[in-house]
Ligand binder design. Structure first.
Ligand code: PHE
Length: 495
């Protein structure tokens, strides 16, 4: 490096200015080494540099090949080696495809001529010319000195291509006249006692520091924090979610999900073996009876499902399949409080925690994931309010592209799936589900007819993948999760 610095210094001294490309060529060193030497002279202010751009031409793969072993058409001439041969002989050597692609160029450049015996001659003779130099190869070898007309021809033949070339213009700097005295990196005792330190290396405030070794919050945690912040600001209170093991009663029955519903199958739900059954004795007999009646016969203008509801089915312990079980418990408690106090108060709640489904793994599904769940319980609410609330918190997350699609849930009517646009996958992805809780769920709890509960459940993983352009869920969690990916994820609400 010191040698290149010296060469560069001398060159500037003679010529006043140069470029990184010209200097590298002159000293016969790679441009990267030249630039390193240049940067270090620049920090001493011996020189100053300016980044420049220009249109350059460079060899394509075909061009490189032609430089090495001459153009394909010239190879035909070389093969003839002064002899006239039948076309079939040349094909035998080069192959049909090579000859049909390159013989016409050989003719055009008059490297060879064709002599046919008759009009119908299928195997004419190929006669070599006296040419000994492949002028195209020579042009390519001396690309830098070619005139524009030649360059245009080479470009047309796809031997060269245009590109934007960046280089530095290098000139004398303010300390150039000091010469190439290597500045001292630090103060010495002599400098201090003399009181006049000379040539001390200037500090480079533009140098990039070493990135500190540090941990980083996982994107799911960032998304969770953002949701908590946004929903709290919107006036929601967070529900306790510590129960991974839940009874089928709260997960399904209280939500008016019939006992023969396919979601209650072993293929969809993880059932517990030990303890297999939950203790439902803490639930008031009135509520259990009201749920049973609703499933069997209906009521409040509903027809129910018309089957015999079995308490032991409701007792089955499972890993909760959604946090709607948490919402159901909270709403039931709220209905009890309202009844006790005789006065209705609205309630807005949310939760964020883990749920479990017996799913086949793929790019967007895991058997364990997180749900962001919420409800608003009040009077005079409608679907428009629900859509507005959902739009609002996605907008706050910086994801304004939302769509709704009608769907079916046993516990909501109407129901809507929620879709977000994924820039990476370039398609709309389902991020959640929502709806208005059915009277068949709310009335047995003890709510009056005019009480409405808007509700929604989102996966935490999907919006996180959309936000950070992650295409495969296995890049987000599990052994495929990469620390550099985690570190590259910006904080959501600070952007
Ligand atoms: N429980 C639903 C799910 O798991 C989400 C949901 C919650 C839908 C509340 C409607 C109302 O997908």
């Amino acid at each position: 490096m010191e040698q290149i610095q010296e060469q560069l210094y001398n060159l500037i001294n003679e010529a006043n200015e140069t470029t990184s490309i010209a200097a590298a060529q002159k000293f016969n060193v790679p441009v990267t080494s030249l630039v390193a030497a240049m940067k270090s002279l620049e920090t001493m202010e011996t020189i100053v540099t300016e980044l420049q751009k220009q249109q350059g031409v460079r060899l394509t793969a075909e061009g490189e090949q032609a430089v090495k072993s001459s153009t394909p058409e010239f190879q035909i001439l070389t093969f003839l080696n002064g002899q006239t041969l039948h076309k079939s002989k040349i094909i035998e050597h080069f192959g049909e495809a090579f000859i049909s692609a390159n013989l016409s160029a050989a003719l055009r450049r008059k490297l060879v001529t064709i002599v046919s015996q008759s009009k119908t001659d299928t195997d004419p003779q190929i006669v070599p010319s006296q040419t000994t130099v492949d002028d195209i190869q020579v042009q390519l070898q001396n690309l830098a000195t070619q005139a524009p007309a030649q360059i245009a021809g080479l470009k047309k033949a796809k031997y060269v291509e245009q590109y934007e070339e960046k280089y530095f213009l290098i000139k004398k700097g303010p300390t150039f006249s000091n010469g190439l005295v290597k500045p001292q990196p630090e103060l010495t005792q002599a400098d201090l006692t003399s009181g006049k330190p000379t040539n001390i290396k200037a500090l480079n405030f533009n140098a990039l520091g070493k990135p500190p070794v540090s941990g980083s919050l996982h994107p799911l945690l960032k998304m969770k924090t953002a949701f908590v912040q946004i929903l709290s600001q919107m006036g929601f209170q967070q529900m306790k979610t510590e129960k991974y093991v839940e009874s089928s009663f709260w997960n399904f029955d209280s939500l008016f999900q019939p006992q023969q519903h396919p979601a209650r199958d072993m293929h969809d739900t993880f059932f517990l073996q030990n303890p297999a059954l939950a203790d439902l004795s803490k639930i008031t007999p009135e509520y259990l009876q009201a749920v049973k009646n609703m499933h069997e016969k209906g009521g409040f203008q509903s027809h129910g499902y018309n089957y015999v509801w079995a308490e032991n089915e409701a007792q089955k312990n499972i890993l909760r399949t959604h946090t709607t079980s948490v919402s159901s418990r909270f709403l039931y408690q709220h209905a009890q409080n309202v009844q006790k106090s005789g006065k209705f108060t609205p309630l807005k709640c949310f939760s964020i925690d883990r749920v479990f489904r017996n799913e086949t793994l793929d790019a967007t599904h895991l058997c364990e994931f997180h749900q962001v769940e919420g409800f608003i319980c009040d009077k005079n609410l409608n679907l428009g309010n629900l859509m507005a609330v959902i739009r609002e918190f996605f907008k706050a997350l910086g994801m304004p592209q939302i769509r709704f699609k009608p769907c079916y849930n046993p516990y909501t009517e109407p129901s809507m799936e929620i879709f977000c646009f994924h820039e990476g996958l370039k398609r709309w992805i389902e991020v959640g589900n929502s709806g208005i809780f059915r009277p068949e769920m709310l009335r047995p709890m003890g709510f009056d007819e005019d009480v409405v509960a808007l509700a929604w459940g989102l996966s935490l993983e999907r919006p996180t993948m959309i936000k950070y352009h992650i295409n495969n869920i296995r890049d987000l969690v599990g052994p495929g999760c990469d620390i550099t990916m985690i570190q590259s994820c910006q904080d959501i609400l600070m952007e």
